[in-house]
Design a protein around this ligand. Structure first.
Ligand SMILES: Cc1ncc(C[n+]2csc(CCOP(=O)(O)OP(=O)(O)O)c2C)c(N)n1
Ligand SMILES: [Mg+2]
Length: 692
């Protein structure tokens, strides 16, 4: 027998959520009412009976997390935020999908309170939820290492997905890793309604989803509200679902999936089960029928406010009790764990301690420098953790000597560790890695980075874009950043990737020129905290330039923080030409400037590791670095020129790479493709006459 208490108010609230979904979409003239109507009971059950939620504090550390991976059904979540008194009112529901409303077409993190994650690109939410579940485990081990039994840092992550999410590769990638990681705090509810936009899923999706998840290593349950294809026998058995959720909570060595067979838009009188309800308003007649079936007046937004008040009061009381119990445990935890409490306060304040940053004087690849920085940070920033998509050695993402984040039975001789470890192993799953990093960083009590070859940033682009949209400070470590990769050839040599990444609004693309710029790049990535950062690093060694203030030395690497800076001034201080370069091309550019200087052309070299940060500087600074009257400007970057013209101007030129690379030694390719001091100097000489 289920222990679920379910009153007539509960049922009325669920039915209210259904008619609100129908009315809101009808008023907007567009939207996704179907699964919002049929899943109203599921969402209500989670918010009102299952999850720990404090309506007074959307940032409560003890809260359970909810991710609506089927983001198109945003009105499903908005109705629960309204019914629960979680920051939305009826006016917000009425303003669905209108400009400036708190109820945009898909849930947006940072815009609407109690939305934990921006969703909409199908499958991504599953990877975010997996990341949150991983973060919860590490947070517990980091902040409450001695916890025996429950910790204040424990919480569950609940995720609703549909057919769409589970067709997407990213969900499978993440689900596979979730099982390997034995994420007992993750519960996925799969709305198996056999419907996507093109209709019956049998045309494209015929696998046994539960068998797949069982094979991955998940705990699986099946709750059949629909009996086969028979809509007539449909029974929305909320207690059965509740019991399955309770059972899922009890399974702590594996993530849980509950396959819930539903009929989309049930109980609409004629359209239930139809794909037409997925993404269009139902029409007045159908809504009249729905309201009649549910016993509502035939008026838009006919809400029983007294009932809503009681439902809100229930959730408030439940939240208050949960909060009070948690607050007492939290206070005890703070007393018993003063160091961890200080760490938590610092991390919540988004501050770094006084970090000792490494200083480099030997030539090295920028990826190796990044690895050295991470190892230096390991003891200083306990909140920092990360790993790679099976390229740890290549990406230099491992902090030396740190344990792996693995269940006890998954550690290997090569990778010792445990459930509270620090080195992440994403496997070869770049897209899921991106989503998981976002999920971890959304949880907010640790900072996570992840690496792969830069060329495979394509595979994770969806997650990178969502990180930028959410302003989540994930750090993407992308090594092997150009034709300098060499013999692996064009499949592994990024060409258009710098431009492609710079095209993502809000993503900072940082390509340091040497080891000391790498250290500053990490400092900036970890201190800014309001946007994702891609660190673009070389495979091959590059010179570590002298910055000791001596004659002819380069400027301090701190200039990287401004995105671009005068690395070496022209002799005499009045440049006739400016060469702007990034990463491994900067040292070539310095040599080119030497040639030009020797021939009597005073040449300034600008290191521009991050266009985005440079563009944020005041115009006075930008004009100092790139004086408008010096028009002989050349950019040098081993990638397509797209994006450089705004810096070099009409009279300038770009030394770039407009075609794929080839399988050959990196130095040979640099030579062949014109990335030599001689060629760069020649291009500068070509632009000099026209530039005046
Ligand atoms: C990555 C991605 N591809 C395509 C879409 C467009 N799209 C939105 S919903 C949807 C169908 C989703 O079906 P399902 O998850 O079963 O939702 P239901 O119709 O049952 O509500 C599609 C293709 C998307 N949002 N994201
Ligand atoms: Mg569906």
């Amino acid at each position: 027998m289920s222990t679920l208490q379910w009153t007539s108010d509960d049922q009325r609230a669920v039915d209210t959520a259904r008619i609100l979904a129908a009315d809101a979409v009808q008023k907007a003239g567009n939207g996704h009412p179907g699964s919002a109507i049929s899943l109203a009971g599921v969402a209500y059950l989670l918010y009102q009976k299952v999850m720990n939620v404090d309506p007074l504090d959307d940032k409560w550390l003890g809260r359970d997390r909810f991710v609506l991976s089927s983001g198109h059904a945003s009105i499903l979540q908005y109705c629960q935020l309204y019914l629960g008194g979680l920051g939305l009112e009826l006016d917000d529901i009425m303003a669905l999908r209108t400009a400036g409303s708190l109820t945009p077409g898909h849930p947006e993190y940072g815009h609407t309170k109690f939305i934990e994650c921006t969703t909409g690109p199908l499958g991504a939410g599953v990877s975010n939820a997996v990341g949150m579940a991983m973060a919860a485990r590490r947070q517990r081990h980091l902040y409450d290492p001695d916890a025996a039994g429950a910790s204040v840092f424990d919480h569950f992550v609940y995720c609703i997905t549909g057919d769409g999410c589970l067709q997407e590769g990213v969900a499978s990638e993440a689900a596979s890793l979730a099982a390997t990681q034995r994420l007992g705090n993750l519960v996925l509810i799969y709305d198996d309604n056999n419907i996507t936009i093109e209709g019956d899923t049998k045309i494209a999706f015929t696998e046994d989803v539960l068998a797949r998840f069982a094979a991955l290593g998940w705990h699986t349950q099946h709750v059949a509200w629909r009996k086969g294809d028979d809509k007539a026998g449909y029974a929305e058995d909320i207690p059965a679902l509740y019991d399955a959720i309770v059972a899922a909570q009890g399974v702590t060595d594996r993530p849980s999936i509950i396959k819930l067979d539903t009929v989309i838009a049930w109980p609409c009188p004629t359209m239930a089960g139809s794909e037409k309800t997925h993404g269009s308003a139902l029409g007045a007649a159908e809504i009249t029928g729905l309201k009649a079936a549910l016993g509502f007046d035939d008026q838009p937004f006919a809400v029983d406010e007294a009932m809503v008040g009681r439902v809100r009061a229930n959730l408030a009381a439940r939240g208050k009790a949960a909060r009070a119990a948690w607050d007492a445990r939290y206070a005890a935890w703070r007393t018993a764990n003063a160091d961890q409490a200080a760490l938590l306060d610092r991390v919540l304040a988004k501050k770094l301690p006084d970090v000792v940053w490494p200083v480099f004087d030997k030539d090295t690849s920028t990826r190796a420098a990044s690895g050295a920085v991470l190892s230096a940070l390991a003891p200083q920033l306990p909140e920092l953790w990360g790993g790679s998509a099976d390229l740890a050695g290549s990406n230099d993402t491992t902090m030396k000597g740190e344990p792996s984040f693995l269940p006890d039975d998954r550690v290997s001789a090569e990778w010792p560790g445990g459930p509270g470890g620090r080195t992440l192993h994403f496997g070869i799953r770049e897209h899921a890695m991106g989503g998981i990093l976002n999920g971890i960083n959304l949880e907010g009590l640790t900072k996570a980075y992840g690496g792969t070859f830069f060329v495979f940033s394509d595979y994770m682009r969806g997650a990178v874009r969502l990180a930028a949209l959410m302003k989540v400070p994930s750090v993407f470590v992308w090594t092997h950043d150009s034709i300098g990769v060499g013999e692996d050839g064009p499949t592994h040599q990024p060409v258009e990737h710098l431009a492609a990444c710079r095209a993502v609004p809000g993503l900072a693309v940082v390509r340091p020129m040497d080891a000391n710029e790498v250290a500053v790049a990490w400092r900036e990535a970890l201190t800014r905290g309001d946007a994702p950062v891609g660190l673009i690093l070389t495979r091959q060694n590059v010179p570590t330039v002298l910055r000791d203030g001596s004659d002819g030395a380069c400027a301090p690497a701190d200039g990287l923080a401004k995105g671009g800076y005068v690395l070496r001034e022209a002799a005499g201080g009045a440049p006739k030409a400016i060469i702007i370069a990034t990463g491994s091309e900067v040292s070539i550019t310095l040599a080119a400037a030497d040639l030009l200087e020797a021939q009597g052309t005073p040449t300034r070299v600008v290191s521009m590791p991050c266009q985005e940060w440079f563009d944020q500087q005041p115009i006075e600074y930008r004009n100092q670095v790139l004086p408008p009257d010096v028009c002989a400007r050349v950019s040098v970057e081993a990638g397509i020129a797209m994006g450089w013209h705004k810096y070099v101007g009409d009279k300038g030129a770009c030394v770039s790479l407009e075609h794929f690379g080839a399988s050959a030694p990196g130095p040979w390719l640099f030579q062949q493709c014109g990335f030599t001091p001689e060629h760069v100097a020649e291009v500068v000489r070509e632009v000099l006459p026209a530039a005046g």
